[in-house]
Design a protein around this ligand. Structure first.
Ligand SMILES: [Zn+2]
Length: 85
């Protein structure tokens, strides 16, 4: 089993994700593209996050908390233009 560990250097918080969840958001991209795509959940201005794929050993996997994707909210952005006169 491979997981992805993502860490914010400022918050010093680490979350583990299932690659299948990340693929739903970003598509089947490599780790480098994830660095650009992921934002700190505390503060998006924290910049690039440390992203690392890893395979937890048996001992590591015990009690490992994995952040699962609950839903993907699609933001509706209105785009306007004047009617031609
Ligand atoms: Zn942060």
């Amino acid at each position: 089993m491979r997981l992805v560990r993502i860490r914010c250097r400022y918050c010093k918080r680490t979350h583990c994700y299932h690659p299948s969840d990340l693929i739903q958001i970003f598509g089947d991209v490599d780790v480098d593209s994830l660095m650009d795509g992921m934002k700190c959940e505390n503060d998006p201005s924290h910049g690039r996050l440390d992203v690392e794929a890893f395979a937890p050993t048996g001992r590591e996997a015990v009690g490992l908390r994995i952040r699962r994707l609950v839903a993907l909210k699609v933001q509706r952005v209105p785009i306007w233009r004047e009617d031609p006169a």
